[in-house]
Design a binder for this molecule. Structure first.
Ligand code: GDP
Ligand code: MG
Length: 204
């Protein structure tokens, strides 16, 4: 197998306040959960490595993710977006299964993404799946939003950890796909030819 392709990239999480963005990042990065409302002040970044294995051609991608967390209050959106989204290569759109309006608001969040960049890999997440008797919508509603953007979708729980890794992994796969589409890697290219080029292309 060819040597792994190493790329560093920025991703961000978008969605209304208290849907669980900070909790999802903590679960993914540190594998912990706390019940406190972790009020994010301004922005915070976390790092995490993600390994994506491609089958055809067989190739490994080591993505060094810089994950940006934001304070989700609507009044803060316009103020923060320019730096928050600048250079982002992908995004996870997060809503809360117990509050339908957080799903409806994802369209607005997506709009802000498209201002920054025309096409960006996205994954849709409806969080708090553990609160089973409080669900205000289900997979079908999430799917109908995600399908508009041709994106994978998951019901997650930052509390139990269910599907959290999968959601980030799915975004990683889309990021890798985009590297191929963007032409920075051709399936037959030798690693020495493209490694540094890819790494620098994908730094933010
Ligand atoms: P953010 O504003 O989107 O960053 O939301 P937070 O991560 O701060 O979470 C808001 C509240 O929801 C906190 O009290 C969390 O403990 C809680 N929370 C987050 N994810 C889950 C989850 O998957 N299940 C449950 N039951 N509570 C969650
Ligand atoms: Mg937060």
């Amino acid at each position: 197998m060819d040597e792994p392709v190493i790329a560093k990239m920025k991703i961000c999480l978008l969605g209304d306040g208290a849907v669980g963005k900070t909790s999802l990042i903590r679960r993914f990065v540190d594998d912990v959960f706390t019940d406190d409302y972790l009020l994010t002040i301004g922005t915070k970044t976390s790092k995490k490595k993600l390994i994506i294995k491609m089958k055809n051609p067989e190739r490994e991608f080591h993505l060094s993710l810089m994950i940006w967390d934001i304070m989700g209050q609507i009044s803060f959106r316009k103020l923060l977006h320019p730096t928050y989204l600048k250079g982002a290569k992908g995004a996870i759109l997060v809503c809360d299964l117990t509050r339908k309006e957080t799903l409806d608001n994802l369209d607005d969040w997506i709009d802000s993404l498209y201002v920054e960049r025309k096409v960006m890999p996205t994954v849709f997440v409806a969080n708090k799946s553990d609160l089973e008797n409080k669900h205000a919508f289900g997979t079908a509603e999430l799917e109908s939003v995600a399908s508009v953007y041709d994106s994978p979708f998951f019901l997650t729980s930052a509390k139990t950890g269910v599907n959290v890794e999968k959601a980030f992994q799915a975004l990683g796969e889309k990021l890798v796909e985009e590297m191929f589409v963007a032409g920075s890697i051709s399936p037959s290219s030798k690693p020495k030819l493209s490694e540094s080029a890819i790494a620098s292309n994908y730094q933010y």
